[in-house]
Design a protein around this ligand. Structure first.
Ligand SMILES: Nc1nc2c(c(=O)[nH]1)N[C@H]1C(S)=C(S)[C@@H](COP(=O)(O)O)O[C@H]1N2
Ligand SMILES: [Mo]
Length: 430
């Protein structure tokens, strides 16, 4: 069984696509203010002149939805499951509709899920957390116990190491949901691991923490003690409410900046050891197969990356030329995103985008670029630069080092080919 989606270098139609820069592909990029977008209607607009049903009938009562869902007009904004990627939906992944979201917070209800053995239902009553191994005092906590420790909050992205993995072989799936949607970003509240570990008392030889989940897969991962003591949290709440079942209810690990696989869900045990356990999840999986056939391990940090979410294949331009909002996401596991550049011509020329809202460290950051589109073809790209000075690489630059054997850690620049009719395709530039 294929474990993480790897793709096959082909798109659904079985063709491998590689687009080429055309002469004169550089599109007009005058910056706009939005003035002149709205026009006075030339003929009477019944939506204004006629009394509408929503103004003559009652709307829904306040007792209709004790817990609401998005309005049905937005029902297309949902996770996507791609059947052919994996053999079984209980050991699989789905994708966040990043093309349809704005801002930076991912609602739990459409945040991607990755389970190795399905999402389990573990009640707070049945929950136990054990800390054992090289500690002064092995401990077991109930969920009620955990709620009595001082809390902290952090906003962080969780990106599966396989995000964009299908792109190693070439531009494939249409849509940034499929190509880059193994990511979500939430505001978590929980207890720092440093607080819980201090309670048990880590012995000086305890250099590694092995974190185990309560599901059948357990998804056990080893974390160096420095990271565990730094910014890792055992979270109970996400985006203001309890974690959803699929995200690890009642408690999951939040490991800011590090690959999603380390964000153990339904955490049941923290084992303190003097070395890494070298579990399946950190040996045969989540290592980077290099061109010479050797596997590089412990590539925990998710390097800086960005993607334009709109326009993108699922969000073609329907309004024709003129003012166009280019919107995208950038992030870095090494800290803050300092700058995002956008290219309209496949990486020849770059314009610095506007960072909209906060650029928090190790969290999704929103950028916008407002252009005056002249209606000609564009090869849209974005490039993140983080606070360490690291610049998101091109696909070719990354492949020169990593080859094409890889599944994981593809943070290369993504290209969208915007055609004159506004349709958008996933391509590569050569
Ligand atoms: N216990 C447990 N934790 C787990 C997993 C799992 O299968 N079991 N999957 C891991 C992987 S590979 C990823 S990418 C993230 C995904 O978190 P999410 O399902 O909340 O998006 O959870 C991680 N934690
Ligand atoms: Mo993952």
């Amino acid at each position: 069984m294929k474990d993480e989606p790897t793709g096959n270098g082909k798109d659904a139609a079985g063709t491998s696509r590689r687009a080429f820069l055309r002469a004169g592909a550089a599109a007009g990029a005058g910056l706009v203010t939005g003035a002149g977008i709205a026009r006075a209607a030339e003929t009477p607009d019944p939506l204004i002149t006629e009394v509408q049903p929503w103004a003559t009938e009652f709307g829904e009562a306040v007792d209709a939805h004790p817990y609401g869902l998005p309005i049905h007009f937005e029902s297309h904004v949902k996770r996507q499951y791609v059947e052919w990627l994996t053999e079984s939906p209980v050991s699989s992944i789905n994708f966040t509709p990043i093309h349809a979201l704005e801002g930076t917070i991912t609602p739990q209800g459409c945040a991607f899920e990755r389970h190795h053995s399905g999402a389990i239902e573990l009640s707070k009553q049945d929950y136990r957390l054990m800390i054992n191994g090289l500690v002064e005092k092995p401990l077991v906590f109930t969920f009620e116990d955990l709620l009595r420790f001082p809390r902290a909050t952090t906003t962080a992205f969780c990106e599966c190491a396989a995000n964009g993995g299908m792109e190693w072989g070439g531009a494939q799936l249409e849509g940034c949901q499929y190509t880059q949607g193994m990511i979500h970003n939430m505001e978590y509240v929980g207890v720092p691991l440093s607080v819980l570990l201090a309670e048990a008392g880590v012995k000086p030889e305890g250099k590694w923490l092995y974190v185990e989940g309560a599901d059948a897969s357990s998804n056990g991962r080893s974390l160096p003690m420095e990271k565990a003591m730094d910014d890792v949290m055992l979270a109970f709440f996400a985006n203001g409410e309890a974690l959803r079942k699929e995200h690890g209810y009642p408690a999951r690990l939040v490991v800011p900046g590090w690959e999603g696989n380390m964000w153990v869900k339904w955490v049941r045990r923290l084992g303190v050891y003097d070395q890494a356990v070298e579990s399946r999840e950190e040996t045969s999986k989540y290592t980077d197969l290099m061109p010479d056939g050797r596997a590089r391990k412990w590539t925990w940090v998710m390097d800086a990356k960005s993607v334009i979410t709109s326009p993108s294949p699922q969000v073609p331009i329907r309004h024709g030329k003129g003012p166009l909002v280019i919107s995208g996401l950038a992030w870095s596991g090494n800290g803050r995103v300092n700058r995002v550049d956008v290219s309209l011509d496949g990486g020849r020329n770059w314009t610095t985008a506007r960072i909209t809202g906060d650029a928090r460290p190790k969290a999704l950051t929103r950028f916008h670029l407002d252009i005056d589109w002249d209606g000609s073809e564009m090869l849209l790209q974005s490039r993140a630069v983080d606070e360490t000075g690291y610049v998101q690489p091109t696909k070719d630059a990354l492949r020169a080092i990593r080859g094409r054997n890889n599944v994981y850690h593809n943070n290369a620049i993504q290209t969208w080919w915007v055609k004159a009719d506004g349709e958008v395709e996933n391509v590569e530039v050569a």
